[in-house]
Design a protein around this ligand. Structure first.
Ligand code: ATP
Length: 313
């Protein structure tokens, strides 16, 4: 369990984090979202015992980050925005070195390293010098060093930063694979990545929490949500059938295939399928609106937090 209560961090007069409170349950994968400068890195560094808070409390598994940092560090693994890698070491040497720094017995270090390499797909580069690795592999080593002492909690700051699309997918799968065995807090500003990986979202803006909840829940609270379909058949008939459910717009049209979006809650997906098939149309695809998290996020972070007060509770 992670509990954050009234956390603030000032750099001089500037409040990077203001009165932040949230809790994370065992086994949850939480996405920490915010624009550049929102206060994500500062918060994660405090949770990772790298920075001291100005005020407030962070308790991880019953231990306070200020009073018991040693206990906290044994229970968390931290991937900072720039992973602290030693270029002149091989992957295996580096992970063994980090394991021992974190209190793993020398005789157990090998098993810990093998397990971390297995989870992060690094087995084949165990003997490779870190200086020769691609950026994607370096990020994996960053995650592996966070895992190597088998912590219950993982804090990952922008794990996909600078990765190409294939590497992003690999990292997403890696994080998904950690679910169940770890509690994960992962920060990002890449919305689809968070949307697909996380159970719940914390959205920060200007150092404050402006919303929290599952994507579904946030969309409901904000009255948002949309369903996208692709059909083959008469466009006018499709528009008429869908208008009974909510406002409809045509998203694309090509070779007899029409894409439409209905502004309606996801729970209405079966109803959407029913009316389209009932109208004699061929239903080729039915999905949640892809832009949804993006629109929730933009509304929260561009409204100066007006919507936020209702949604943050
Ligand atoms: N060492 C520092 N000294 C002074 N101000 C700082 C320092 N570190 C961060 N800040 C300021 O605190 C605010 C929050 O920064 P932080 O790095 O936590 O945001 P972030 O959400 O992680 O942003 P990004 O996605 O760009 O990394 C910003 O206004 C930043 O300029």
């Amino acid at each position: 369990m992670i509990q954050v209560e009234g956390l603030s961090k000032y750099y001089g007069e500037h409040a990077a984090v203001r009165d932040l409170s949230f809790s994370i349950g065992k086994g949850e994968v939480i996405g920490f979202l915010g624009l550049n400068g929102a206060g994500k890195t500062t918060t994660l560094k405090i949770l990772g015992c790298v920075l001291l808070p100005t005020s407030g409390r962070v308790v991880i598994d019953g231990f306070d980050v200020v009073k018991d940092p040693h206990e906290v560090r044994q229970r968390i693994g931290f991937l900072p925005d720039t992973p602290p890698l030693y270029d002149e070491m091989t992957v295996g040497e580096y992970l063994a070195f980090v394991a021992q720094l974190r209190g793993v017995q020398a005789k157990e270090a090998k098993a810990h390293v093998a397990e971390a390499e297995e989870k992060t797909g690094l087995r084949e580069v165990d003997g490779v010098l870190i200086s020769t690795l691609s950026h994607g592999y370096r990020q994996r080593v960053g995650v592996a060093q966070a895992l190597v002492h088998r912590p219950a909690f993982l804090i990952l700051d922008e794990p996909t930063s600078g990765l190409d699309p294939a590497q992003i997918r690999g990292m997403r799968e890696l994080i998904r694979g950690l679910k169940g065995s770890h509690t994960v807090l992962v920060s990002s500003h890449i919305l689809p990545e968070i949307s697909e990986t996380c159970d719940r979202l914390l959205i920060v803006h200007g150092g404050q929490l402006v919303a929290q909840g599952a994507e579904e829940e946030l969309a409901r609270k904000m009255g948002g949500g949309s369903i996208e379909v692709e059909i083959r058949g008469d466009k006018a008939r499709a528009l008429e059938a869908l208008q009974a459910i909510g406002p409809v717009s045509v998203t694309h049209e090509e070779g007899g295939v029409v894409g439409l979006r209905v502004e309606a809650s996801l729970e209405l997906r079966p109803r959407v399928a029913q009316v389209l098939v009932g109208a004699g149309l061929e239903l080729l695809r039915l999905d949640r609106g892809a832009e949804r998290l993006e629109s929730i996020f933009l509304r929260l972070t561009q409204s100066g937090g007006i919507v936020s007060r209702e949604v943050a509770s």
